[in-house]
Structures are given as structure tokens and as C-alpha cells.
Design a protein around this ligand. Structure first.
Ligand SMILES: *Cc1c(COP(=O)(O)O)cnc(C)c1O
Length: 370
């Protein structure tokens, strides 16, 4: 076996031994045990948003984007109009999805180091009654920025528009309470802060919205209303479910609860983030975002100017030491990213700092300032 790697990335992420072990069995999709396991996972997901009878969880095969695309394609009517708040690649991806599926779409665009502009949201909704849905990203993983999701939700509700949230990289670690934030649906995946393995996402939707959405979907496989209807009727997924992924997700949710749920998971990630940002600053690196905008999920650092800092070398040498980081995806500045989510703790982050310091020495980097 190759050396254990710690994934300091936006995903796939490091998982625990227990989660990996949960996959050592083959499940028949019609097996009563599997159907019960699936039910337990879906019920727990609804609990995590403090949802009640008005909410349902619908799973979707594939990476997180499949769940986002299913959410948009099912809930935005064919003749509907969507407004997307864009300050990074994931917001931009929702605009691209809407165009693919032929939905009318407009965007409010902001730079990657600025939160979504809620004043422009307010003005745009007031000016355009055709917009029925607003889509926003909770933590925009492109930079690691926290968007003002409470404020976006309040504005959408005030104007009587439905809100669709891509909460992928925040779900399970940052608060998202259906009693406080009014939304029509939220999409997330098993493999971010919930620390399952990759292969499935899910959408938590209002039951009434999902019932009204029958016939909207542009795609047979990504039809959430049909997936939900089949699950109500038979307890089963349409099409082959990712059985091992679901079993691992169940175990991951048990571990999430043991850690103290959203509160406990968030606390560990905040501590990881603190060790990371303090350690990197001590080495001379500069985070892109000011502290108030930084979510404890992934941190973007500006690329050092020192010509001895060759990012590919830095990346390869860190990977050889067992730490996988991530290139930047920004247009505002050359950068790279280091994640603080997944089954990692402060010890791992301290070890990562030591590996980074050693690597800077090997490369002969005298100064890590941008
Ligand atoms: C990870 C992520 C996604 C989904 O990406 P996939 O590569 O499809 O899993 C969507 N939105 C955000 C904000 C993410 O962080």
C-alpha cells in the first residue's frame, strides 16, 4: 500500500478508518438492511438542518455538482428565471448549468475576494419580477470566502422569491438552520464536512416545492422529484445506488454525531484553520481574505514572489511527505489553497506546517511574502 496521504484540499477529503471499514461488505439494493440504512441517513440529514415534516432529503448519485444540477433542473420551472450570486467558480458553474438546461438566468457577479453584494441583490429582485429563484453558494470554496447567506435568505424571502443554496463545503460544519434561514432547497455532498467518501450528494428540499416541481426536470437521471417519488413508493433509489458509499456515509454521520454534530465539527475545523493561518503567517505567507470573511474550510494564500518558490516543486515535495494541497483557481491573484476539513485535527495541521517549513528550506525560499 502507498503511504497514507493527508488531503488538505477541497475534496476528495481524508476519511477515518471506521468510514473506510464500513465499505467492506456488499449490499443488495433491495436488501431490507440497506433500505433501513438509507432511511436512517436521509432522516439524519433532515435533522441536521432542524427540518421537520415540511422537509425531505433526496439523495443523488455522483459528485456534488450532480446534486446541484438536479436541484436547479428540478426546482426551477422550464419557463422560470434564475438569479445566481457569483463570486467564484461554483457560482459560475450554476450559471453554466442553467444555460445547459435552457433556463433563463442572470448573475450578480463580484470579485472572488468579496462577499456577494446583497444591495445589488435587493435592487435586482425589486426591478425584475420574472426572477422566481435565487441561487447562492454558502462557502465559496474557490477562495474559501463566507457569503452572507442569512442576509441573502432574508432578502429573497422579503421579495417572495425561492432560495436554492449550494452549501456543499459548509454543510455539517457551519450552521444552517431551516427555522432561521428560509430556503426552498439546499444541496451538499457526503464527502465534504460530513467526511464520507465521494460518490453521492443530496438535496434537502421543502416537500411542497418538490411536489410542485414534478415534470420540470430537463434530465431523467437528475430528476429529484422522480427520485423522491420512487423512494417514497419503494424505499429504493432509481438506478444502481452507490451502496458502499451510502454505508460509509452512514458511519460518517454516526461519527459526526459522536463529535457533537455541526457544533463539534465546526469547532475542530476552526481550530485546524487557526493552526494553519497562524503557522503560514509565521512562515511569511499571506492569506488572500481578511479574517472576517474567511470560512474555516479552506484558506487561499497568495503566491510568494521569491523566484525560488516554484509551486509545482513545492506541491510535489509536500505530496512526497504525505500532504496534498491544492492549486488556486482565482482570477484576482496568483494563489494556492490549503484545506482544513476532512478527518484531520490540530496535530495534522502542525505536521503540515513542519512539512511546509522543511520544503521551503529544500527549495531555498528565503521569503514567502507575495
Ligand atoms: C465541492 C463543491 C461542489 C461540488 O463539486 P464536485 O467536484 O462536483 O463534488 C459544489 N459547490 C461547492 C461550493 C463545492 O465546494
Amino acid at each position: 500500500m502507498t503511504q497514507h496521504q493527508r488531503l488538505l484540499t477541497p475534496g476528495p477529503l481524508t476519511t477515518t478508518e471506521r468510514v473506510k471499514r464500513a465499505m467492506l461488505r456488499d449490499w443488495g439494493s433491495r436488501n431490507a438492511d440497506f433500505i433501513a440504512l438509507n432511511r436512517a441517513v436521509l432522516d439524519r440529514l433532515v435533522e441536521l438542518i432542524g427540518g421537520g415534516d415540511e422537509h425531505v432529503a433526496v439523495p443523488m448519485q455522483g459528485s456534488g455538482s450532480f446534486a446541484v444540477e438536479a436541484m436547479l433542473g428540478t426546482l426551477v420551472p422550464r419557463d422560470g428565471k434564475l438569479l445566481v450570486m457569483v463570486n467564484g467558480a461554483y457560482g459560475a458553474r450554476m450559471v453554466e448549468m442553467a444555460r445547459y438546461m435552457g433556463r433563463a438566468v442572470v448573475a450578480i457577479e463580484d470579485p472572488e475576494d468579496r462577499p456577494g453584494d446583497t444591495r445589488r441583490l435587493e435592487e435586482t429582485l425589486a426591478a425584475d419580477p420574472a426572477i422566481g429563484h435565487v441561487a447562492a453558494v454558502y462557502c465559496e470554496t474557490t477562495s474559501g470566502i463566507l457569503n452572507p447567506i442569512d442576509e441573502i435568505a432574508r432578502i429573497a424571502a422579503r421579495h417572495g422569491r425561492a432560495l436554492l443554496i449550494d452549501a456543499m463545503s459548509a454543510f455539517g460544519a457551519l450552521p444552517l438552520d431551516a427555522a432561521r434561514i428560509r430556503f426552498e432547497a439546499v444541496a451538499a455532498s457526503a464527502n465534504k464536512c460530513l467526511e464520507g467518501v465521494p460518490g453521492m450528494g443530496f438535496v434537502l428540499a421543502r416537500k411542497d416545492a418538490l411536489a410542485a416541481a414534478e415534470g420540470n426536470a430537463h434530465s431523467l437521471t437528475l430528476d429529484l422529484a422522480a427520485q423522491h417519488a420512487a423512494m417514497v413508493r419503494t424505499g429504493q433509489w432509481r438506478f444502481t445506488p452507490p451502496t458502499h458509499v451510502l454505508a460509509a456515509f452512514h458511519e460518517a454521520l454516526v461519527q459526526h454525531e459522536e463529535e457533537g454534530g455541526v457544533e463539534g465539527r465546526g469547532r475542530r475545523y476552526r481550530e485546524n484553520c487557526r493552526v494553519l493561518v497562524d503557522g503560514m503567517r509565521r512562515l511569511g505567507f499571506q492569506p488572500l481574505l481578511e479574517e472576517a470573511l474567511q470560512a474555516p474550510i479552506i484558506v487561499t494564500f497568495r503566491m510568494p514572489r521569491d523566484p525560488a518558490f516554484d509551486f509545482l516543486q513545492f506541491y510535489d515535495r509536500l505530496a512526497a511527505k504525505g500532504f496534498v494541497i491544492y492549486p488556486g483557481k482565482l482570477t484576482v491573484a496568483p494563489s494556492f489553497r490549503i484545506g482544513c476539513i476532512g478527518a484531520l485535527g490540530a496535530d495534522d495541521m502542525h505536521a503540515a506546517m513542519a512539512a511546509i517549513e522543511a520544503t521551503l528550506g529544500e527549495l531555498g525560499v528565503a521569503n514567502s511574502r507575495p
